[in-house]
Design a protein around this ligand. Sequence first.
Ligand code: CTP
Length: 406
Amino acid sequence: MGKRILLVVAGGIAAFKTPDLVRRLRERGASVRVVLTDGGAQFVTPLTLQAVSEDKVYRDLWSLTDESEMGHIQLSRSADVILVAPATANILARMAHGLADDLATTVLLATDKPVIVAPAMNVRMYEHPATQANLALLAARGVTIIGPDDGAMACGEFGPGRMSEPLSIAAHLADWFTGQAGPKPLAGRHALVTSGPTHEPIDPVRYIANRSSGKQGHAIAAALVALGARVTLVSGPVALPDPAGATVLHVESAREMLAACEGALPADIVVAAAAVADWRVADAAGQKLKKDGGALPSLTLAENPDILATLSKPGPERPALVVGFAAETNDVLAYAQAKLARKGCDWILANDVSPATGTFGGDRNLIHLIRQGQSPETWPDLPKMEVATRLAAEIASHFEFENGKK
Ligand code: CTP
């Protein structure tokens, strides 16, 4: 690949695999310079990494020699990409929150180069909502995440958390460099994504809402950006950062969401991931409703426009591929099939949102992809970020296939 990689080795047991990782990267023609954290040095010696990288190993933020030879800014600029492997829960947290308390995190905060992380940690640490939220935040800022793999762990537990194998990280980096250099599969396509809940006002201070976090829709927007699409994300009120590279339109109610979507057309792709409120208060009060000791207020509801069905209607502006979600708590596949037909979209991603699954507001999603006229395809239970990557890849291959037919 002929590229310069700055490898940050953090303090996890998987650090013992990094001399092999350096070798694998160099086999592919990359030059590798290593930044080793104090934790990392507990698992692999600087001397080993120096020998395999044939370069100085950088460790100390305060070393005058290092700063005069190559300061932390210079270190981060002298690479084409920064790879953090193993990326422990701790370094991911420090990256997510902008800490710069050692050389590695200072370089990561100072860099203007792409960052790739290969997480490695105990399964419970990986699945902890704090780690998942940190990963989601980093992904939204454009950090690429490789793995982790499932398997037996040094701590005796089993599950996701093993660092991807050095061979596969090296292959991933080579693909990544090719992807950066070559045209991206969705370049030139406009994708419109809806995400989050909607808020339907009762009066100026109260509203009706639902438990959607927007994590899935935001992750999809980021994954489509990564494949080169121009992305417009129409988001209801969420506590998430705007995904890097997307144009984000912030709305509150279903009617505002529909107007923003229609204003963003034409689009080639629509992914409707928002949990749009089905009803709004028919005559929302212009002033705060007061308790006056008399009769309790009653709310009359009116049906909201169906954004997905509206965007799916045949016509000259109908996007080439319209994808909806079906959030169900029971009879998931049957209801989803019916929803696909009723809404007129092309694909539907059905997911079980019954409380026991923890999908709403959670970090994982069990998806059944139903394409019009085809039998459902069930995906493994995946983090929402991986659902997003997989959907974006399916969308890209759909367009490649359609192009091939022409
Ligand atoms: N949707 C939409 N506009 C609405 C309601 C839903 O765009 N007013 C979209 C959602 O973004 C999702 C799909 O329609 O992609 C299905 O949403 P869901 O809440 O599962 O279905 P509903 O239409 O609410 O149907 P039901 O109440 O029968 O479950």
